[in-house]
Design a binder for this molecule. Structure first.
Ligand code: GAL
Length: 334
């Protein structure tokens, strides 16, 4: 009897403690922990929804942040460690699945060498080849390579096999994202022409290469950090301006087709510091599965002198008629 009472007491006391460990709210800008109490490390990230699970991929930033001796602009960097992956059923509670594409430690010529730049990884699933395909920004430390890299895996949690890097259709590619349309066609959207113009490349059926079909968008408007989603048959493209790790004003554009023509709707952000995107920079917009017309807009709040301590700003993206808006909330839930 006494043991039973002790057990009951432990259950009553312990249950709320376990319950408290789950996240029920988003707290933009705060330190976010995974289910093992480690700080979530997935910057410049993207999301894949597959088999009733959300997978969050991002830059795993670790170690000292340095400004190279030769720097002529604020190109603060950390050594490349790889691309991380987290999984979740509800977008709030995340489990670390590991580094799914690791850095290369010895071959200094390799694209994934620690001395290079590997940014903004995005993963899509190809239902024909049954492969998970990752595209990322591959660069030299001075950002002159301006290329896209591709890796593949049989599972969403990797390991991914790195294939190659190239300039899509011979043109530069830096900040980038991917989008798969309802008809299975996939696109890579990237800042090109030294970030002045945004290119949208239709991909081959296996999603591994660009086709020759591409468009030039926002000519000489210097937009980067692209994030695309589709709402009621129209395409939306959220971008930032070009000011390195420092925040600037966001823009959202709409089009009837992924290849354009894109029409700017202005800054969708509303609230304090909306003209600085709440000190964030866009990286992805994720539809909330099972909740029509509900989207989560994902931003990075970069801390340029200590990049691993950069934070995540996720906010609800809603519509007022046809106009998307992103309102600042310091605490919110579904
Ligand atoms: C930003 C870009 C980041 C990173 C940074 C380096 O403009 O969005 O992904 O490349 O520059 O300075």
């Amino acid at each position: 009897m006494k043991t039973k009472l002790v057990m009951l007491f432990i259950l009553i006391i312990a249950e709320p403690c376990f319950a408290q460990e789950r996240n029920f709210r988003f707290n933009p800008g705060k330190v976010w922990l995974d289910d093992e109490h480690n700080v979530i490390n997935a910057h410049g990230g993207g999301m894949l929804y597959h088999g009733s699970t959300y997978y969050w991929y991002g830059e795993y930033k670790q170690g000292k942040t340095v400004l190279p001796e030769w720097a002529t602009w604020e190109c603060y960097r950390t050594e490349v460690t790889g691309v991380s992956c987290y999984s979740s059923k509800d977008l709030l509670n995340w489990h670390f699945e590991g580094i799914v594409l690791g850095a290369e430690k010895t071959d200094s010529l390799h694209d994934l060498h620690t001395s290079k730049v590997v940014e903004r990884p995005k993963v899509i699933y190809n239902s024909k080849t049954k492969k998970f395909v990752m595209w990322m920004h591959i660069d030299s430390a001075d950002y002159s390579k301006a290329s896209a890299g591709v890796a593949v895996s049989d599972t969403p949690t990797g390991p991914f096999t790195y294939l190659d890097s190239f300039r899509p259709n011979g043109e530069m590619s830096r900040d980038q994202t991917l989008f798969v349309d309802d008809d299975g066609k996939a696109y890579q959207i990237c800042s090109s022409e030294d970030n002045a113009t945004m290119y949208i490349h239709l991909l081959t059926d296996d999603y591994l290469k660009p086709t020759k079909t591409f468009t030039r968008n926002f000519e000489k408007k210097y937009r980067e950090a692209p994030a695309v989603f589709k709402h009621h048959g129209k395409y939306y493209l959220l971008t930032s301006g070009c000011s390195g790790w420092d925040p600037n004003v966001a823009d959202i554009a709409v089009a009837d087709s992924m290849l354009g023509e894109w029409k700017s709707l202005g800054n969708p952000c509303i609230g304090e510091e909306a003209d600085k995107t709440f000190y964030g920079q866009s990286t992805y917009v994720q539809p909330v599965i099972g909740r029509p017309d509900t989207y989560v807009a994902m931003f990075d709040r970069w801390k340029k002198t200590d990049l691993p301590d950069s934070r995540y700003i996720w906010l609800p993206l809603t519509f007022e008629g046809d106009k998307p808006k992103i309102i600042w909330h310091k605490d919110w839930g579904f």
